[in-house]
Ligand binder design. Sequence first.
Ligand SMILES: [Ca+2]
Ligand SMILES: [Ca+2]
Length: 71
Amino acid sequence: MGAMTLPAMAQEAAEIDANGDGVMTLDEVQAVYGDVTAESFSAADENKDGALDDDEMVAAQEAGILPKPAE
Ligand SMILES: [Ca+2]
Ligand SMILES: [Ca+2]
């Protein structure tokens, strides 16, 4: 455990973003949260570009669309 200066959300997003391109695709999200459906992903993808950025991920977690990171 290091990087204590990073917000927990940013750490989690970095873990989900397997290829490090700054956005999370459905495949990447499902690799971490296997029960996330395409429907849930689409609901979280507010700008409908087919990927979640940090803001969309946080908003979706706050809205209960996607699971929050384990505490
Ligand atoms: Ca990615
Ligand atoms: Ca998006």
